[in-house]
Design a binder for this molecule. Structure first.
Ligand code: HEC
Length: 252
């Protein structure tokens, strides 16, 4: 009986976990992942390998599988995306030595299934909301993960922003007055990056799309299989209908 209670309790905790994660901090940006867009996934893979794999692994993912699934030829993959290994069969491991914890105060976590743990929208907001904070060792902080020990590695691209606390409230109030269409993040860019706002949003969207793919690499295959099965059933129904008419012709 006690055992069952424990199981029920664990179940309740697991069911509540996503709710906790999302209620902690309001997310200023809306995001819907799109893993059906192969070009976006390819750009996302490039972004991840160039800007993230130095610190973060995806140890449940192999280079070869990424190339195959996303239609990236092996030679291109090897020349442009494989920085930490030369064999397509290898897992995507970061270049980080084991003592990275001493550098950042925290080991950069493996990101293979990150979007399943935090949700794609959370990760999108995380990458959008690094802001300057001189009180932090790296000089930046993050709205979604206060006190984050990850530096703003995309600062060169996004530029550097400060959080306007007063504006954040005004922004939220204005957004509410307008039916919540735009929840003002309350950030002001103080130094431009190499990308403009739209380009940076696209960069982050591509990156998160790629991460959603790695968290569930079979997903697209399942969707297209589902469509094939539905088409097959439809065709079959049509054939049976014709067959039925053929059989009953004589009777009428
Ligand atoms: C210089 C090293 C470094 C680089 C490069 C880096 N990160 Fe991080 N990242 C970290 C560290 C360290 C943490 C742990 C932060 C903490 O918990 O305080 C982290 C945390 C994260 C988290 C939050 C994990 C969680 O759920 O708590 C996400 C998401 C993330 N990184 C994504 C990325 C992405 C995407 C990129 C590439 C655009 C990237 N990181 C590049 C060091 C890095």
């Amino acid at each position: 009986m006690k055992r069952i209670k424990h199981i029920l309790f664990a179940g309740a905790l697991m069911a509540a976990a996503p709710a906790f994660a999302s209620s902690e901090t309001a997310m200023p940006y809306k995001f819907e992942p799109d893993t059906g867009n192969e070009a976006s996934l390819q750009r996302g893979a490039r972004n991840f390998m160039n800007y993230c794999s130095g610190c973060h692994s995806m140890r449940h993912m192999r280079y070869g599988r990424v190339g195959q699934d996303l239609g990236i030829p092996e030679d291109l993959m090897q020349a442009n995306l494989m920085f930490t290994s030369k064999k397509p069969g290898d897992h995507i491991l970061s270049a980080m030595p084991a003592d990275a914890e001493q550098w950042f105060g925290k080991q950069p976590p493996d990101l293979t299934v990150e979007t399943r743990m935090r949700g794609p929208e959370w990760v999108y907001n995380y990458l959008m909301t690094f802001y300057l904070d001189p009180s932090r060792p790296a000089g930046t902080n993050n709205l979604m993960l206060p006190g984050a020990s990850m530096p703003h590695v995309l600062g060169e691209l996004q530029g550097w922003q400060v959080m306007e606390t007063a504006h954040a409230e005004e922004g939220a109030a204005a957004a509410e007055a307008h039916g919540g269409a735009h929840a003002g993040p309350g950030f002001t860019l103080v130094s431009k990056g190499s990308l403009d706002e739209k380009e940076y949003e696209k960069f982050v969207a591509d990156t998160v799309n790629f991460m959603v793919y790695t968290a569930e690499p079979g997903r697209n295959g399942r969707i297209s299989l589902g469509i094939k099965v539905m088409l097959y059933l439809l065709v079959l129904t049509g054939l049976f209908y014709l067959l039925k008419r053929e059989f009953w012709k004589e009777v009428h």
